[in-house]
Write a protein that binds this ligand. Structure first.
Ligand SMILES: [Ca+2]
Ligand SMILES: [Ca+2]
Length: 113
């Protein structure tokens, strides 16, 4: 995951393989620096002197958003692959522009690591 900040307050998380935006967040202020990540916490300073911390940036492949990658996430990817549920950008694990059974396999392998 690669993070970048827009001056007007929006933060973006990009898939480091294909550049797809898989997360976004925001501050109530102008961002004056680029974000940093330490121990899983995304941190950024603002022009008003506040330091914002995001403890929940997404885990790539965590398609049910429970904070861990399990077989349940692979099942969600399969449901997206067959059109049972709408596909999201973060589910395209191999960056080929579509969510398929290959993406579900990649999520399953991430579960086993
Ligand atoms: Ca999950
Ligand atoms: Ca794919």
């Amino acid at each position: 995951m690669v993070y970048a900040a827009e001056y007007k307050g929006t933060l973006y998380g990009f898939d480091s393989d294909c550049g797809t935006i898989v997360w976004s967040g925001g501050t109530a202020d102008y961002n004056i620096a680029q974000p940093a990540v330490s121990d899983g916490i995304l941190i950024i300073g603002s022009d008003s002197g506040f330091l914002y911390a995001f403890s929940d940036p997404p885990l790539l492949g965590d398609l049910n958003c429970d904070g861990v990658i399990t077989a349940a996430d692979a099942m969600v990817a399969l449901e997206m692959a067959v059109g049972a549920v709408p596909a999201v950008d973060g589910a395209d694990m191999n960056c080929d522009g579509a969510v398929t059974s290959v993406d579900a396999l990649i999520v399953m392998r991430a579960n086993l690591q």
